[in-house]
Ligand binder design. Sequence first.
Ligand code: 5GP
Ligand code: ZN
Length: 114
Amino acid sequence: MSDCIFCKIASKEIPADIVYEDGHLVVFKDVKPVAPDHLLLIPKKHFSSPLDFGEEDIETAGRLMVTAARIAREMGFAEKGFRVVCNCGRDGGQTVSHIHYHLLAGRALQWPPG
Ligand code: 5GP
Ligand code: ZN
């Protein structure tokens, strides 16, 4: 989508601190981290939220979580623990309308979230 900031990060039109990329996904550092380690995982293809996923997108949906787990292991988060979050819609706290999973680590995270 032409006016989507995360599409522009995926296409390198705007810069981001990218830590992993493959043909399907980009993983980059959140510009305003809320934990010592705060990464965002996005599919290169635009989906506004999980509500856009259909049966044909099961591979993309699975890839996001499988990649989150692999990055967590590779970056050393797995032993102490981490959190994967997908905010959805207004009450979910979503501010960027391109689906993204937050990968948070590096401190003990509170539950329930605010
Ligand atoms: P949401 O609130 O939609 O779940 O999360 C959006 C996240 O994207 C926020 O944590 C915000 O800091 C991050 N973000 C927004 N714009 C940019 C940007 O241009 N670059 C990067 N790296 N992160 C961004
Ligand atoms: Zn987008």
